[in-house]
Design a protein around this ligand. Sequence first.
Ligand SMILES: [Zn+2]
Length: 94
Amino acid sequence: MMSSSANDPSAIDCRTAAKSLYDFIDGRLPKAELGHVRAHIEMCTKCAPHFIFARQVLALLPVALPLAGDTSALRARVLAAIAEDGLLRPRGAE
Ligand SMILES: [Zn+2]
């Protein structure tokens, strides 16, 4: 039986994947969406490094910044780096 594509990388584009970055890492994505994002990351050489990098940075945060309770600035910088690659437009650029 041909089951269709819970894991079809073309189900979402790079911008959608990038927007889902932190929800994906934090495990907050709905299951269906999680499958799409994971499939996209595995197939897309453009997105994969960003997800790997962001996951590593966030994993290190509690060690690197024990006094920083707010990671929003760092998240913004990571997203800005992604934006520079054209995956997301910076806020206000559209
Ligand atoms: Zn992509």
